[in-house]
Write a protein that binds this ligand. Structure first.
Ligand code: NAG
Ligand code: NAG
Ligand code: NAG
Ligand code: NAG
Ligand code: NAG
Ligand code: NAG
Ligand code: NAG
Ligand code: NAG
Ligand code: NAG
Ligand code: NAG
Ligand code: NAG
Length: 726
């Protein structure tokens, strides 16, 4: 089978590119996957042992092994053993990169070089505390992935160069070796081949994120403690949230939701009685009703932890639901063992209070902070996200609410989206957050956001206006924009009297809101394919051999159209590499003047009114005001969609799958932009999308040409004789 040229149209060749992988057992009880004479995967050893520190290659008397291809490109391996721990080792002949497993970017890297850690929450670490999405799934730059289908505790070891090893606390194990759907097409960026198709097949075996309501993308503003930091007439938490709502309104800053972190309830540490503190929220139902009228969804903090003195604790103690002989020190509280069906049902019933009064989603905290024994973290966290999800689905249906967690494992992505935990309010925190967002995408937690400006703050003016501004820009070009304010960190209150911070917040939040049509379309794709919105460069540019493509933790593709390079250090300059493959040229997106050639590196500058973002030749970018949220200042609001087009005669055809809908109810339209260099014709096909309220913007050498709905109907979606920008 020949290697397909990346230049050829993929679909035309699909019938000839079907793979013909073969799996063989080696004399030393390892496995190999071959494609013809080429070894694609060297599963050098299958391991078993009485402890996770004493494993050795399996022998036939203590372990049984079965393996077969369940699809042409997915091999399933099953091992049963009389030993308590089972694992596997993979070797690479080349200088391989291994990706996946953890969201947390150890050593600020997107790959796992030198990392050896359990499949558990990471805890406090450089840049971010508790960036804890994880999955028993890794990918190799050699062009395959391995998914181990278990919630048992385990460890992954990438400390030996060109080796990947995992061991799980289980005497039977099923794992899958996932190959590109098409043989030897690693260099293709299409989901038909390459590592994109590995992610697609992995998530087909495990689970994919659900489509959120549009409000889930944000902007979302919240406070770590709305019961403090009162200004003006404000005297309780509900009024404090109202004060935020008012300031957003008068400053014309877009928002779609807000949420109450702790404290908001009664009881020890405010959690465990399933209520709102009546002093702070005198009429929670009326208050949430008002927020709904103002265009805000409202969520609350929850966790599987029972503080002494609360209803949750008393009931659990009486029924024996707490982990026996496991009493974490300090104020954390104990956890219920959710494997006990009564405990699970009880928790679900208690939580149902929140959706009943209009709370649309949860911020799920903890679960990896010592409340449960480490070996049970993954099982317990999965159970908790599942029961929380069920309470919301019962009331609002799938896609009718937005829940996000910091600790989430594998299939839980179908029950919760994530945020990256407690990032530090400095440039290290920002840099690690960008890398963790890219990593979250590689384990298919696609709907992701970070606490804009950082969570862990250090004194006055922390984050600095510069750090905060840079982070706001990054969040604008993140799947979810969420920002913590309050307790001396509100852009319109001192010490942030520097109006530039408020200006940057307004500019970036409104940009994010205007990108909703684009982001939502990719979220819909993600719910169908598992592919993230924030993408490591190699997912889009797999044929580029420049190491930056495999290693950059501070630049990413946002969908397929944008290359984004946030500034994550002091100063206003950074170096950007423009990958080859996705586009021959990249246009600076905001000014639309400077063009960069693929394969080059440039130093780019940006002050706080901008950030380095580049758009591909031929890009179709749907933008506009399609979700009102809090924008009640706009009278007779109607949705307005704007289709930005970046034609190039060097790109004969480009497409965009535009998703028009709310939650999972909607329609996908294939938008197609074609150019004919010889005849100098550029044409757009909307694939059946109505032009009502639609504006088309053609970016051409002569400037932008705007076509209204009326003009489009009269003239057709055609531009003749124009010079293209690039
Ligand atoms: C495998 O290698 C052998 C010996 O080099 C060669 O004869 C055969 O054609 C090869 N097969 C394939 C499928 O490439
Ligand atoms: C183990 O079993 C496999 C499959 O039955 C066989 O091919 C292999 O030779 C056996 N190995 C040993 C050491 O007996
Ligand atoms: C492993 O055990 C499971 C459950 O008992 C069984 O279904 C499976 O066939 C066994 N597989 C092998 C390879 O022994
Ligand atoms: C791996 O870790 C070791 C020990 O901490 C360190 O000396 C080495 O430089 C690291 N290598 C890489 C590639 O990060
Ligand atoms: C063995 O398990 C313990 C407990 O989960 C863990 O801390 C350790 O990292 C594991 N070691 C290996 C080599 O997997
Ligand atoms: C393995 O799991 C069991 C529970 O199934 C637990 O008791 C034991 O401590 C775990 N071992 C390690 C090393 O984590
Ligand atoms: C809801 O809004 C109305 C009108 O602004 C106000 O009078 C009322 O106090 C609000 N209710 C709550 C519970 O906040
Ligand atoms: C609150 O809960 C923590 C943890 O359960 C406990 O240590 C503390 O004593 C409790 N405080 C009160 C006042 O009950
Ligand atoms: C839980 O039990 C303690 C001790 O009996 C009691 O003081 C407390 O009021 C109970 N909590 C609730 C919410 O009933
Ligand atoms: C406001 O903040 C920006 C960014 O840190 C800084 O460049 C500017 O000098 C500040 N202006 C004032 C008046 O402090
Ligand atoms: C970017 O700036 C650095 C520092 O001034 C310089 O060393 C480097 O050569 C520049 N790179 C490019 C591509 O201009």
């Amino acid at each position: 089978m020949g290697k397909l040229s990346a230049l050829l149209s993929l679909s035309a060749f699909t019938p000839f590119a079907l793979c013909n992988y073969e799996i063989v057992r080696t004399p030393s009880n390892g496995l190999r996957i071959l494609d013809g004479n080429t070894t694609l995967v060297d599963n050098a050893a299958i391991l078993a042992g009485g402890q996770n520190t004493t494993v050795s290659p399996i022998d036939n008397s203590t372990s049984s092994l079965a393996y077969n291809f369940i699809t042409p490109s997915v091999a399933k391996i099953t091992i049963n053993s009389s030993y308590a721990f089972i694992g596997a080792k993979f070797s690479s002949a080349s200088n391989a990169h291994f990706f996946g497993v953890w969201e947390y970017p150890f050593n600020n890297r997107i790959d796992n070089r030198n990392v050896s850690f359990d499949l558990k929450g990471v805890g406090n670490n450089v840049g971010i505390n508790w960036a804890n999405a994880r999955a028993p799934f890794f990918m190799s730059s050699d062009g395959y992935g391995v998914y181990t289908d278990t919630l048992k505790m385990g460890s992954y070891d990438f400390a030996t160069p060109n080796e990947a090893q995992f061991i799980f606390n289980s005497s039977s194990l099923v794992y899958y070796i996932i190959l590109p759907k098409e043989s030897q097409t690693l260099t293709q960026a299409s989901t038909e081949g390459g590592l994109k198709s590995v992610i697609e097949q992995y998530t087909a075996l495990s689970a994919r994120s659900e489509m959120p309501p549009t409000s889930g993308f944000g902007p979302t503003y919240w406070s770590d403690d709305f019961t403090r930091d009162f200004h003006g007439d404000v005297s309780n938490a509900a009024e404090n949230i109202q004060d935020v709502v008012n300031h957003l309104y008068y400053n014309r800053i877009r928002a779609t939701s807000t949420f109450a972190d702790r404290p908001y309830g009664t009881g020890n540490q405010s959690w465990g009685n399933f209520d709102f503190n009546p002093v702070q929220y005198p009429d929670p139902e009326g208050f949430i009703g008002n927020l709904t009228d103002y265009g805000f969804d409202f969520q609350v903090w929850i966790a599987n932890r029972a503080q002494i003195g609360t209803k949750l604790y008393n009931d659990s103690l009486e029924n024996g639901w707490l982990f026996p002989d496991f009493h974490p020190l300090g104020g954390l509280g104990e956890a219920l063992d959710l494997n006990i069906p009564e405990a699970y049902r009880y928790f679900e019933e208690q939580l149902a209070y929140f959706p009943r009064i209009g709370v649309r989603g949860y911020k799920i905290d903890r679960g990896e902070e010592g409340e449960v024994p480490v070996y049970a973290q993954n099982e317990q966290m999965s159970l908790f996200t599942a029961l929380a999800y069920q309470t919301m689905v019962s009331k609002f249906g799938k896609s009718g609410f937005y829940t996000f967690a910091r600790s989430a494992v594998d299939r839980s992505r179908a029950h919760t989206h994530i945020w990256n935990g407690d990032s530090h309010a400095d440039f290290t925190g920002l840099a690690y957050s960008v890398a963790s967002g890219i990593r979250a995408g590689l384990i298919s937690f696609g709907l992701w956001g970070s606490d804009t400006g950082g969570y862990t703050r250090a004194g006055e003016l922390s984050p600095s206006p510069l750090t905060w501004g840079r982070w706001m820009w990054f969040s604008a070009l993140s799947p979810v924009y969420e920002l913590m304010l309050g307790t001396n960190h509100t852009p319109w209150y001192p010490p942030y009297d520097n109006t530039s911070t408020l200006d940057v917040m307004k500019q970036t939040a409104n940009l994010h809101a205007d990108l909703t049509p684009f982001i939502k379309s990719y979220a819909y794709q993600s719910s169908k394919t598992g592919l993230p919105i924030m993408r490591a460069l190699f997912l889009e540019a797999p044929a580029d051999t420049n190491s930056v493509v495999w290693e950059s933790g501070d630049s990413y593709f946002f969908g397929e159209e944008f290359l984004v390079a946030p500034i994550v250090t002091e100063g206003n300059v950074r170096s950007v590499y423009f990958p080859t493959g996705p586009s021959a040229k990249y246009l600076e997106y905001f000014e639309k003047k400077t063009i960069y050639d693929a394969g080059t590196t440039a130093n780019v500058t940006a002050d706080l009114t901008s950030m380095p973002v580049f758009v591909k030749q031929g890009a179709i970018v749907p933008r506009g005001d399609i979700f009102q949220g809090n924008a009640k200042w706009i009278e007779d609001w109607t949705p307005k969609l704007r289709m930005e087009l970046f034609p190039s005669y060097d790109v004969p055809v480009s497409t965009f799958k535009y998703y028009d809908g709310e939650g999972s109810e909607g329609t996908e339209y294939l938008i197609t932009l074609t150019t004919d260099k010889a005849k100098q014709i550029i044409q757009l096909d909307l694939g059946g999308l109505k032009t009502e309220g639609l504006e088309i913007v053609w970016y051409l050498r002569s400037g932008s040409r705007i076509m209204t709905e009326k003009q489009a109907l009269e003239q057709g979606l055609v531009v003749n004789g124009a010079e293209t920008l690039f």
